[in-house]
Design a protein. Sequence first.
Length: 185
Amino acid sequence: MKKNIKDDVKKVLITEDEIKEAVRRLAREIDEDQKNSEKELLLLGILKGSVVFMGDLMKELQTPVQIDFMKVSSYGASTVSSGELKITLDLLREDLPDYDVVIVEDIIDSGNTLSKLVPYLRGRGANNVRTCALLDKPARRKVPFAPDYTGFTVPDEFVIGYGLDYNERYRELPYIGVLKEEVYG
């Protein structure tokens, strides 16, 4: 018999309805900032964790948008950031100067990934690079970094669901939950 993944959830931290409202709010903020720009908007999703969030975010935007993806990490299979940016799927575009880029991330933890990715994209000619994170966990910050758009600030607990995983599991949960320590500890 397969185990019910919900049994691994210590508690629900952010409900599905709270997430929906935050996504609508973030879309309004991005629309407002984008309304005077002459550049097109490109949402750049960081695989895999941002997929669910980015899909919902782009449906709420009123601004015309293109999407693309990168796969970058500073974690691997660990629960602790290595601090090294690993690009395993790069952005294959030559037209970045034509866009305002909003990097869409599921969570900012140490800050290592985005603090390196933002200047990397600027160095490749992106016109304007902003960051949008569903979750921000400033208690774990290793480098100074603050997202331009934030859904929720969360405590220093291991969170899963709505795209966030532990060892490729729990992404399908429609809420943000805290994983029981015995699962990963």
